[in-house]
Design a protein around this ligand. Sequence first.
Ligand SMILES: C[S@@+](CC[C@H](N)C(=O)[O-])C[C@H]1O[C@@H](n2cnc3c(N)ncnc32)[C@H](O)[C@@H]1O
Length: 258
Amino acid sequence: MSNDRNFDDLAHRFTDNIYGSPKGQIRLAILKEDLDSFLSRFPENTCLRVLDAGCGLGYMALYLAERGHEVVLCDHSAEMLQRARQTFAEQAPGANVTFIESPVQSLPQHVDGKFDLVLFHAVLEWVTQPQQVLQQLLALLQPNGYFSLLFYNRNSLVFRNLLRGNFRKVASEQYAGDPNSLTPTNPLIPEDVYGWLESMGLSILSRTGVRMLYDYLPRDILEQRSLEDILEMERRHCRQNAFIDLGRYVHILSQLKV
Ligand SMILES: C[S@@+](CC[C@H](N)C(=O)[O-])C[C@H]1O[C@@H](n2cnc3c(N)ncnc32)[C@H](O)[C@@H]1O
């Protein structure tokens, strides 16, 4: 069991508000580019064993399954997992896929063997004991295995509030979302996360600031610019040091050193 946020009651809003919106489209597009660039290091026809921990709707696992990789999807929300199952049935009926309804903390009871790549996307900011969960997940990685971590960046909330002149809010340093909202309960500070990964024996291979532009644009600019134009600007800047830690999310690809 875990006390972490279960998305059973948020599944509907998550599907519409996150993936049915430009925000979700930008996030997916940038993450797919990061993963494509990562996968290009392997010979063609390599089949990786991939775990998508806290998979939600399972879109990234679907992307990898469509490229021939074996995927294991885990979520403790029956509702989210059901939606992922349905997506796979419709879009990738022949995929090599396993679904596990469980907290990620209990995964060792449900899986045999280790993984070449573990995805942990937009979950760390919802768990009550982030470092402990990271340790548990890393124990499921092969020696020299890869870890793809996406987390909700507290800096982006600070900066957005600064830009809006919400100085009282900034001074309060209170950024945890309301338990019923889609704002995470534990937004994370990038330096903390980088330090945790390094102390756990991971080398950081790449970092990307996901939505380092879109979330700051005023409404009138959002109305004037096409999604494609904004995405192009995101692409140009999101992997530059000056902007990475301003992304609404930060995506880190790292490798276990043993
Ligand atoms: C914001 S969603 C992210 C889903 C997906 N990874 C993505 O990037 O779109 C967070 C997901 O993590 C799941 N989750 C949270 N804590 C979990 C835990 N301890 N074990 C398994 N799943 C968890 C929730 O049920 C939810 O589906």
